[in-house]
Design a protein around this ligand. Sequence first.
Ligand code: ADP
Ligand code: MG
Ligand code: ZN
Length: 614
Amino acid sequence: MDMEKHHKVSIWYFVIGIWIVLILQSYLASTYSVKTIPYSQFLQKLKEGKIVEVNITEKQIQGLMQPEATSDEKTYFRTIRVDPDTSELLDKYQVNYSASIESTFFRDILSWVIPVLLFVGVWFFLMKRLAAQQPGFMSLGKNKAKVHKQEDVGVRFEDVAGVDEAVAELAEVIDFLKNPDKYISFGGSLPKGLLLVGPPGTGKTLLAKAVAGESQVPFFSISGSEFVELFVGMGAARVRDLFDQANANAPCIVFIDELDALGKARGFGGAGGHDEREQTLNQLLVEMDGFDPNVGVILMAATNRPEVLDPALLRPGRFDRQVLVDRPDKQGRIAILEVHLKKIKKLGNINVEDLANMTPGMVGADLANLVNEATLLTVRARKKTVEKEQFEEAVERLVAGLEKKNRLINPKERKIVAYHELGHALVALSLPGTDPVKKITIVPRGIAALGYTMQVPTEDRFLMTKTELLGKIASLLGGRAAEEIIFTDISTGAHNDLSKATDIARSMVTEYGMGERAGQVYYKQEPQAMFLQLEQRRNVSGNYSEKTAQVIDEEVRNIIDQQYAVAMKLLDEKRDILEEAVAELMEKEKIEGSYLEELIKKKGTGEPLQESAE
Ligand code: ADP
Ligand code: MG
Ligand code: ZN
């Protein structure tokens, strides 16, 4: 939009330029109105004595002659010099004449040198404007990847808070860049490509800069969207150029931000529409395969949409190491807030933990924004120091804007999610054969989950007993059960759990022969071959009778109902544990499974920890 406007303005300059040329020319034409006449007419006028004076050049005769009528002025004329002996004729009729070598210098200047200069001037002007708007316009194919030398990166790990796990992984990269020989002498080589994956605003770009800052090597950064060029072939040329520059500057870091803009899976979208991007991506793959990480070039990229990336990018030897940069939990937010609060010069008496409590679901960028907003509000309110009050107002402002964008959870939903997740965890911990609970969080992750209970199997399992399967169903239903016990009303949050629990129950009846009435019969329908006619398919699928189908449905329903009852009973008995754990989870947003186990041990005096699932 903005750019188009500029273009229009520039074209106006151009039009004005042409207009000026035209005016100049017509002005010249009017002062110099020279009549071109045939030579015969010239001779005629000569005989009539009408010619006043002439100037002869090699090819033409110019001169002044008397007017036709008395009212007219003398006119200039010009004619082609046909006769080489004109001078004799002129002598004969006593006309003053002069001869000169033809010079059209001034006329030429006026008629074409000036227009050309004008054109060139306008052209340069236009190009300059374009170049200003679109850096790289004048240097087509030249790389505009900015070379950030170590001193202008200026970011250290201490500036990136709340993502300790990612920092720990990246520390190895830095060690490599600092002492490459140590690794190379062992014959080791570092992963070629590191991919930072995480939601927007969690600090991926910042982390990449911090790696450069810590390792004190040049940092080349370019955004994926910059590669997707106007002109075919430019993107690929840029990639080549980028790697050439990197190799020449090794050791260094090449960082491609927003890799998804460039690395979307090939073959997405309409026919041939994305040829250019595909070429660029192919070039990137070629360059990645070609370069030797031991020269000290580390390739990093960031994306918040890893799922759309071309699988070729993620293969070993390419971006084979992925570093998760996740949303911060409460501790993380405290750390991030501390980083940004340090920048405020006049900070009131602020409790950082309070701020962290006010900002569940916010990422680093939101928190940085919050601190800035609070400062601005302080200035607006003409206060001397930034106080809690300003932060509260800033949170209100931001949350209103963020709610739609980031799915911030309101306090009531957070409470429901906390009970729900702990419902899963408590049931899982209390039943035999279920996987140990590792951690429970109510920090929203990814796109679907509002919170999750992470269960990690202790060993690889190939067989599962009926008791274990039932326990699994019960713990899946534990979320819903906790909601019912505490709130009586239930929410849609159990949707996924119910689908999983039903799947298990149905498999138990139809595949594992664990039903009571359906018996040891395998009822599962094999996937039908697609080429069979619809008619035939329907016949084939009649694997069991309507009556059996009803029995299966009833059995599935029974299993679910029974396990739901188990979960309800369990949670009802452990209600005090549930309440205490929820308080802790609401406070910390993330609790370890071991904490819950301790709590059960402490509270569950006398009563057996594990109950039968049946
Ligand atoms: P991303 O690239 O993941 O979208 P950025 O790195 O661009 O996010 O983060 C934007 C800004 O938000 C940073 O410049 C910084 O001020 C702030 N920020 C984000 N994450 C963090 C963090 N973990 N610690 C401190 N500041 C952060
Ligand atoms: Mg970024
Ligand atoms: Zn659930």
